[in-house]
Design a protein around this ligand. Structure first.
Ligand code: FAD
Length: 288
């Protein structure tokens, strides 16, 4: 199938891009890496009136890190983010997750902001953005607003972004001392979207777990935290608490089957992932 006809604009400034979004509303669609949008156009799952190509805009934020945060601009490719995160221990979660995004060719073109905008529930980026308490920076002609990841994802391909807004950055606060992170997903083949995955973080202070983030993806219409499972891990790190958390996560969340993967299978995978990731995380923790 060929894409339906569409107009194409390649603005040179952010204001020009935002004016196009304001003028065309729902009819306009941004193209960044095109790794999701181009197949959707070809299948006529997306039929925009106009594509707004953001790749030639001068002065957009790139990839920038200071003591407080990592900022990732709208044309930063997964591959560039992986190179950066792979060099810094505090971004080990990002590095582990981005390694599982598709294949090198797709990571060389696809962007973090595009993945966040798309909000595929089986994608890695929305999950690690939630686990790391990221903020999504949205720009329109009326100004800029920042939405925490926990409020941004609303359902399958649904977000808090309005049609006249562009994601101009995603910012990740640098994790405080004591945090350690783990990541695993289960997919049919390496590079496929996950059937189920887990981004986990624990904060250890004086030998006790004081904060926990468990974010599951691929199991519902958006990435989900599991508060009861998180609470069961607080205190002394121990194997019984890990087992309790693994059982609690599958029980407390509304899990939805997709394609050939039933909800029961996904619950089982959540249990397996929780035990594997947390066991690895608490090995070597003080008191173990
Ligand atoms: C074979 C294959 C396998 C893949 N496997 C995975 C995988 O395992 N995990 C995974 O996470 N992804 C996977 N992807 C998708 C890939 O990660 C994409 O790069 C990503 O989802 C979207 O990034 P993009 O820059 O290509 O966005 P585009 O395709 O350009 O755009 C995607 C959507 O986001 C919107 N958009 C893009 N940028 C912005 C912005 N700055 N502001 C507002 N809206 C914006 C577009 O309008 C469009 O609706 C796969 C893709 C392919 C083709």
């Amino acid at each position: 199938m060929k894409p339906a006809p569409f107009a194409y604009a390649a603005p040179r400034s952010l204001d020009e891009a935002l004016a196009l979004l304001a003028e065309h509303g729902d009819e306009a669609q941004i193209i960044a890496g095109g790794q999701s949008l181009v197949p959707m156009l070809a299948l006529r799952m997306a039929t925009p009136g106009i594509l707004v190509d953001i790749n030639r805009i001068a002065g957009l934020p790139g990839l920038l890190e200071d003591d407080a945060a990592l900022t990732v601009g709208p044309c930063v490719r997964h591959a560039e983010l992986l190179r950066h995160a792979g060099r810094h221990r505090h971004w080990s979660l990002i590095a582990a997750a981005v390694r599982e995004v598709a294949h090198p060719g797709i990571r060389n073109r696809g962007t973090l902001c595009g993945s966040i905008a798309l909000a595929d529930p089986a994608a890695e980026a929305p999950a690690y953005a939630l686990a790391l308490d990221a903020e999504i920076v949205l720009s329109s002609l009326s100004g800029e607003r920042r939405v925490p990841a926990r409020k941004f994802f609303r359902g399958v391909y649904e977000t808090a972004r309005a049609p006249d807004e562009m994601i101009t950055a995603v910012t990740f606060p640098r994790p405080a001392p004591g945090w350690r992170f783990g990541f695993q997903e289960i997919a049919r083949r390496h590079g496929d979207y996950a059937i189920a995955g887990l981004c986990a973080g624990l904060r250890l202070e004086a030998g006790r777990i004081t904060e926990v983030e468990l974010v599951y993806f691929g199991i519902a219409d958006r990435p989900m935290r599991a508060p009861q499972a998180e609470r069961s891990l607080l205190g002394e790190p121990n194997a019984d608490a890990v087992k309790e958390a693994a059982a609690a996560a599958g029980a407390e969340l509304e899990v939805e089957g997709t394609g050939e993967s039933s909800a029961a299978l996904k619950r089982q995978l959540m249990r397996v992932l929780t035990e594997r990731v947390l066991t690895k995380l608490i090995v070597g923790a003080p008191g173990q």
